[in-house]
Every structure is written in C-alpha cells, then in structure tokens.
Write a protein that binds this ligand. Sequence first.
Ligand code: 26Q
Length: 819
Amino acid sequence: LATAPVSPPPFSVDGFVKEFLHELNTNQGVALSRSSINDQYLALASTVKNYLMARWLETGRKTRESQAKTVGYLSAEYLLGRQLGNALLATDLGDIAQRGLELCGLDLATLRAQEVEPGLGNGGLGRLAACFIDSLATMNVPCIGYGIRYEYGIFRQTFVDGRQVEQPDTWLALGSPWEFPHPEASVTVHFGGHTEKYTDAAGTERTRWVPEWNVLGVPYNYMVPGYLNGRVNTLRLWSAQATQAFDLQIFNSGDYADAVRAQTFAENISKVLYPEDSTPQGKELRLQQQYFFVACSLRDFIDNELEEGFDLHRLPERIHFQLNDTHPVIAVPELMRILVDDHGFDWDEAWEVTQQCFAYTCHTLLPEALEIWSTELLGRLLPRHLEIIYQINDEFLARVREAFPGDELRARRMSIIAEYPSRGVRMAYLATVAGTKVNGVAELHSQLLRDKVLPDFSELYPDKFTNVTNGVTPRRFVRMANPKLSELITDAIGSGWVTDLERLRELEPYADDPEFREQFRAAKAWNKSRLTDLLAQRDGIELPDGHLLDVMVKRLHEYKRQSLKLLHIVSLYEQVHSGAIAAADLTPRTVVFGAKAAPGYKMAKDTIHLINKVAAIVNADPVLEGRLKVAFPANYNVTLAEKLIPAADLSEQISLAGMEASGTGNMKFALNGALTIGTDDGANVEIRELVGDKHFFLFGMSEPEVAQLGAQGYHPGSYYESNPRLKAALDLIWSGHFSDGDRYLFDSVVTNLVHNDRFMVLADFDSYLATQAKVEEKYADVDAWTRSAVLNVARSGFFSSDRSMRDYLKRIWHTQPVI
Ligand code: 26Q
C-alpha cells in the first residue's frame, strides 16, 4: 500500500533563504540582525508550512474527487512531539534548510530546540494516535484526526527534594506556528436541559432535546504530512469558546463578575488535559470534554457530507470512525440523535447506519480503567443521549434474551447499564454493541479481551473481535531520532526501509559482519554521547562513559513495576555494602528512569520520590563510583524519548504478565538496537517471537501462571521471608537508609509490597535478578551483544505503524489508499 517515494519539486538553498528572510521580515516584523531565536524558529516554521500548503490543498481536492471513504480517528489525545523536524523530514527540506540557515549565520539544531512539543496526551494511547495519522498520510489514505486542543497539555514534571511537583504546560505561550484556526467554521455544542415529545408535520411522534446551555467549538487544523509523497492529511483539534449567548448574558447581567465567570466556565472545557491514564474519576468536566469534541467532529463531518450532496443513508460508505478507547464513545448516541432527531430517520434505519460507522479499540485490561458514567450525571448533562442509550440497551437485551432464553443472569451481566454499585453506563459495552469491530492492541491482549473482559460479548458476536498489534512510525522513531543508524542501514540496504520496514530483514546477514557490527557500535556510541550532552545541559546529570545503558521509560504505574527495577538497584547496592559481591565485579551500568505519575496517584508519587532518594545515595557512594549510577531526568516526553531510546542498550519491559495491553516503547527500543529484558506480556510476546529467544531476555511468570497464583492465593510475605536477598533490599529501604533515617517515609511503598503486592513484584524478583545476571554475561561478550542488537533491528520491521494501518484497513475499515 505504501507508494514509492516521490521527490518533491526542487527548492534551492537561495530560494529557501529568500523565503525565510521574507517570513522573518513580514510575519515576525524583525530584521535578521534584531531577531530572537523564537523569531527565527517561527520564520522557519512558516517557510516549511508555506511549502506544504499547496500540497495540503491538493490533498483535499484529490480526496474529495476520489469520493473515497475516510478514516475518522476519534481520540481525546494526540501526543504529537515536535513538528519541525518531522515536517523537514517529510518534505526532504532538512539539508536545504540547514545550508540556508548557515548562510544566514544560524544553526538549524538551535532553532529546532526552540520548539515546545504539543503534549496533548498522557502516554501510549496518545502517541499511538500520532503514529497512526503519520502512517495513514504516508500511505495515501484519507484520514481526519479529530481531538481536543487543550490549552494546557500534560503537566511539566519537576522534582523538589525528589518529589514530583507539577507545573502547567504552557505550550502555546511563545506562539504555535503549526496550527490554523478556523473560527468561521465553528460549531455550537449543546448541554443540559430536558427532552420533550412532539408530533411532526407528518403526524409522527418525535423527541426533541431542549438544551440549557451551549459552547462554541472552534477548529484548529494541523498539517499531517506524509513522508516524501506530497500528501498532507488533516488533524482537527477543537477549542471551546463561549458563545454569543454567553456574551449577551454578560452584557445584560447586573453582576458582571458572575457573567464573566460563566464565560470562563464554557472555556474551561478545553482548558486542560486530564493527567490520569487509568482509574477515571467520573468527573463532569471530563464528560463535557468527551461530548464536546465528539459533537464538534460529527457535526463537522456531516455538514461537509451534506454540502457535497451526499445522502446520510450512505454514511458508512463515506466514513469509518475509529474510537480510540472509550473516551469518544458518546459519539454513538450522538450519531443516533443527529440521524433520528435532526434528519428524521426512523430508529431502525439510524441504528443500521450507526452500527456500520464505528469500530472500537480497547487499550486496557485493568477493570478500574473501564469507563462507567453515572446515569445521574449523563442524564443531567446529556438527557437525550441517556434516553437513546436506554433504547439501544433495551433492544440489545432483547436480542440477548432471544439468543439465550431463560438466561437472565447473562442479560444482567451484559447490560450496557450497570446497576451495581450504582447506576452507570458501561462505555466499553456500548462501544462493543455499536461497532463493526472490537480490537485489542497486541495478540495476548486481544485474546484476554475476548476471554476475560468481554467473554459474553465474544460469544454473542464471535466475528466482531479482532486483533491489531500496535506499531510505531519509523519516520520519527528511527529515521529522525537515529540519523547514524539510519545512515548505516541505508548504506547497507538502500532507503526503502523507511516506508517498508520489513525490508530491515535484509540486514540479517550483516549481523555476522564484523565491520558492520563495529559501525553499529559506533552509531550507538554517538547516540550515547549525544544523550550525555543533552542530559548535562538539560538536567545537570552526568552520564559516565562506557556503561551499559539500562532504560525504563513509561508512565509510572504499579502494574508496570518500576518498583521491581528499583529493588534490583537497591539489591545491587546492598550486596556490595554487605560484602556479598565486590563493586569491581559489577558490570558498569547506568539506569535511566523517565516517568510521570498521575498527580492524584499517591503510590506512584511515593515511588518516584523513592527512586530519587535511592539515586541520590547510590550516585554519591564512592564505593559504587564508575559501577552503578541512577539517572532520573524530570519531565520525560516525546522530545526526550527521541534522544534516550537510540542511546539505550537495554530496554526494560517488566510489567506483570497480562497487564500491559501492548506497550509501544518496547518496539521503539528494539528498532533502535536495544535488547529487551521483559515479561511475556503485551507486544513483548510478539517481539520475542520475531527476534528469537536467544536475542531477548525473558523472565517472570506467564499470564496463566499469574492467574493460577492469584487463584490459589498470593502471599508476598512468604517471598520476603524466604528470599534473603529480597528481604535485605526491602529491609534496607524500611530502615530509613534512603530517607535520612526516616523509617516511615517509604513505609507505605514497602508495606504495600510485602503485604499486598497486587502486581506480584516479589514473586518475579528472583527470576528478574537471575535474568539480569544473564544480561551482564552477554554484555561482556561485545560481539555477541552487538549481533543480537543488529538482529533486533533486522527482525522488528513488523512493528511499523504502517503495518498496523494495513491491518486496520483490511480487517476493520475496508478502505483504500488514494493515489
Ligand atoms: C479516562 C477517563 C478519564 C480520564 C482519563 C482517562 C484515560 C486517559 C488516558 C484513560 C486511559 C488513558 C491512556 C491509556 C493508555 O495510554 N494505554 C496504553 O495504550 C497503549 C497504546 O495502545 C498501549 O501500548 C499500552 O499498553 C496502554 O497502557
């Protein structure tokens, strides 16, 4: 499906300089000699945007002409990362820009560093959305990404005395050159009020929603350039603004302050990204956000359809909306409402259309992460939608009772409306009933989704369930993030791999070529020294030379088990100080953590605090000097990932088996030549299958073993009592050694591990340490290690998000590229 790269029309260095200076003068209103770095960055961004503009318009024209079906990706999050580098890569303007800027006495890298990344997502799910839209553009597939333009994205993490402190993410402060606001295309979104029955002109009983308040959704368009193919798709993010009704209220109100508060209230909707990535709190503002962006997006698409003369009965031929988790699932009753209430469809007709327009991707297995909205809240905010959901449920349960007569328990289990512990709408069930397909994000996850989370549904609709294993874009995460490795690969096998990642297979023979391995190590060394410079300047962290670089970067979550990595470090420290091992026998190792905790997640924040405290003691210890080092740069984000991942030797993917839906960091590491130490979980399973057992460090219980241990009764205390090494490590934390003698500071973390340990850290400790010993043994054999690293790269082409997109196209969307 990927088309052969087409070279863009030539754009000379002189032409670039002229355009750049023109932008600097006319847009920024400054002369080069008086311009700030920010002025220069903005002028450069404009130059690249101008270059893409004609292609953007042309893409729109071609897409309309082709009348092809579009993918509507509905996601509350897009974790895009910086735009400039990607745009330069997609247009092949990098060299020209670099040379042109040099002529102006400027440095491209400096200007690139000026960009603040749009952090409009929490982690994996948001980054996945960004990778998917990149792939669709590169593969010439029409797609609109719809989402929210949060004024404040994911918080900026700082550490104060080792504790996480959140600062607002002011990504818009210095101007946002990549967005195109279109206030003239704003959409009104309604909330609250009540419904009423009436009889229409034809004498039919109908319902109408009489809302109480509304807000305006203002679209901001972003370019999504395909890689060297001239296609530019659109990402449309909605910003909430007070409507004129609000302004009028202000004008008429005696209480000016009160009226302004009302305006603020409306604009709060797109103010801030919720920084939780599980355990949804059921907050009213969050539901407002979800409905807000979904209502804007459907309205936008449908209005366009009508303008172009399409009949809404044929909507399924024109769009497939992909629901990125349950966050946009309110789109289902919204489409029903539009068709039935606004366009006079009868119910069955509308349901037929609606069912064919959606598909749902689930990204979790944790029961507490499944969204359930209380009917009280939903009914108050969206009364008509609640009625529609009730009716969908009534018809659905009738079907269940027909398929399983007399099985009332099953009907109750499957009801979209939960009755216990309180009345609520199970959004995952609604999505499953309403969509054409339900998919998990890795083989194991999809299987568990079918068998453990939605077993009744997979029995009723066996054909609805499918898997699409996640992927990552090779453009950003290999070609752009790892220029040295990219060059080496291209020299060996040509440049086709960037859009056809399976071609990395052609590297396999090079794993046995000593010269290639040497060059591969040189690229890794270059990446490490680039990281060393960055961390010195960004965080004042000093990375020692020549260490095994052991990296664990991901959100902080108990199930991901950063505490297991921490126990490994504490144990090494304890063993050296108790004389069990000599410091000189340790493999020199630097462990790098990157992790944000949800601000309200106490255990996660305590774990961050503990990691920082352990790091301080370990790093100051003269005995461990040159042997063990712990680095925890604050505010891990896409920009840091792009420098960190290419430098890594070892990738930590150590979640409890059955808990990590897929992981996507794991793929990025393998593609950049790190070896993985990991459990049999998520996409690790597929990575291990592909790269081969000998090139992957597997440890820990398998998912069935976890289930069995849970069923027989798990007692972490018995591991603590029976494993002296484990006990010594935990006791050392407990003793206050890392907390200036304070025995209570980390009591909750240790007590939780010893007495509760929901994610079975202690059960996997032994296996983890034994496997780390194997890592060290292998690392000592430089050639064997490099050989495995090369094979990891060569065999990970499957994890391109281009392949994920082909799977979605074939199994779910049934649409095609437009040429
Ligand atoms: C829901 C309701 C209210 C507030 C917040 C949320 C919310 C927000 C974000 C819930 C979940 C998320 C994000 C989840 C996420 O990132 N999941 C990850 O998705 C990746 C892509 O599929 C997988 O690779 C990871 O395994 C999975 O953890």
